[in-house]
Design a protein around this ligand. Structure first.
Ligand SMILES: Cc1ncc(COP(=O)(O)O)c(C=O)c1O
Length: 425
């Protein structure tokens, strides 16, 4: 065991788990490639868990941060005006599609979702929340409470009352057609509202494509049908776009747009700062302003993070990376589907844009196989490709390369993935 790994294990919590039998330390990066402390280079198809959205060492982001650092000011607090914060909020409010939107910046996705739940429960004077099975919304008290995935559910204690809905668990209902499944889900939501909840419900929180859950999603259009019902009761819709925002899904800028619906509240984090810590919540201004007391997030929206985020967003829009995600996502997903025909360990290939996944099963029993997923991760690493895993049973490979991926890199990564899957068969 390397010295650093031993030291890590001695002082870091057991539940902060590391990838690989022999975990790596990434010491440098450029573009879509990183190098570890042994000098080995990897093509990165996980981007620090969808966070290095533009890749590594992007001059525009580096220069924006260096410019801010040169002023001598890394932090001022929200007691004072922060120009980049206001400019970034204006941009996000406009991009959100939410009318009269206001934005509050946080340091993480968890904190963003906490804020969204605070807004919704305050506005509705209710502690009842709906969430989707298999969801992940963060690690704090309330975010854990709306998380429907046992692997990440550290407590059942909760500041909110949660009811879980079907939708993203399509794979459990293969005996139903798409239309039958949607009708079942809609009926189930109505049944929950009629029979299980105590009158007023604050909100439904959803990931348009579930991240940790293995890039599973409710069929397109279902969340619009949910919204139709929710609207009858005034129940708010919260879209957790922490993984799906900024064009990653290719077909849309926000994941929820696949359902043809706009949320009341949207949360974001991860990719926005291209590695710098920033998250936030964007909501209808009246909803946002309705909190009765003061609120700050000391580091939220600080000058460094907002400078990085603004540069990242400008770059993303100027280079139309959503279109790139769409085009290369197609190439990768189609390529994997073709290869899957001759790979008995592959149960399902799915995804949108540069957010795609492969489910692995034991070819003998058809049971989800977490050990196979771990093996493919090792094979990919040996061949110079970093990928992720997840899913309800830990049996899903998750790929989400930086949105700046080139076609050559997409083909290279696809080749390694297919080889790694074949090696695990
Ligand atoms: C969909 C989703 N929401 C919220 C979070 C929590 O974000 P953070 O880890 O920045 O607190 C995550 C993190 O993986 C996520 O994937």
């Amino acid at each position: 065991m390397s010295n650093l790994l031993g030291r890590h294990r001695a002082v870091m919590p057991r539940w902060v788990s590391l990838y690989y039998d022999d975990p790596i330390e990434i010491v440098s990066g450029k573009g879509r490639r990183v190098t570890d402390s042994d000098g080995r280079s990897y093509l990165d198809f996980f981007g620090g868990i969808l966070t290095n959205m533009l890749g590594y060492d992007v001059p525009e982001v580096r220069e924006a941060v260096e410019r801010q650092l040169r002023t001598g000011v890394a932090h001022t607090s929200t007691l004072y005006l922060i120009r980049t914060q206001v400019e970034l909020a204006e941009k996000i409010a406009e991009l959100s599609g939410i009318a009269n939107a206001k934005v509050f910046f946080t340091n993480s996705g968890t904190e963003a979702n906490e804020t969204a739940l605070l807004l919704a429960t305050n506005a509705r004077r209710s502690d009842q929340v709906l969430a989707l099975r298999n969801s992940y919304h963060g690690r704090s008290y309330a975010a854990t409470a709306v998380t429907g995935n046992r692997s990440w559910k550290n407590s059942s204690l909760s500041p909110v009352n949660v009811h879980y809905l079907h939708g993203a668990d399509r794979a459990r209902f293969t005996h139903l057609s798409d239309e039958e499944f949607q009708a079942f889900c809609v009926d189930d939501l109505q049944h929950v509202l009629d029979t299980a909840t105590a009158t007023d419900v604050a909100c439904l929180i959803v990931e348009p494509v579930q991240g940790v859950g293995g890039f599973t999603a409710a069929p397109d259009g279902l969340l619009a049908r949910y919204r139709e019902i929710l609207d009858r009761y005034g129940i708010l819709l919260v879209s957790d776009e922490v993984q799906t925002g900024w064009g990653r899904t290719g077909e849309h800028f926000w994941g929820l747009q696949a359902h043809g619906v706009t949320p009341h509240i949207m949360t974001f984090a991860k990719g926005l700062g291209n590695g710098f810590a920033i998250g936030g919540v964007v909501a209808d201004g009246t909803l946002m302003d309705a909190l009765p007391a003061n609120g700050i997030s000391t580091f939220g929206g600080n000058p460094i993070a907002t400078a990085a985020a603004k540069a990242t967003l400008d770059y993303l829009l100027a280079h139309d990376l959503q279109a790139n995600a769409h085009r290369l996502g197609r190439l990768l997903i189609d390529g994997l589907r073709t290869a899957a025909d001759r790979l008995p360990v592959v149960r399902d290939v799915r995804g949108k844009g540069l957010m795609f996944a492969v489910d692995l099963v034991d070819p003998g029993t058809g049971a989800p196989s977490a050990s196979l997923a771990a093996r493919v991760l090792e094979h990919a690493k040996e061949r110079g490709l970093l990928i992720g895993k997840g899913g309800l049973y830990g049996h899903t490979l998750r790929m989400a390369p930086p949105l700046t991926l080139t076609e050559a890199e997409a083909r290279e990564g696809l080749g390694i993935l297919v080889d790694s899957l074949a090696a695990a068969c």
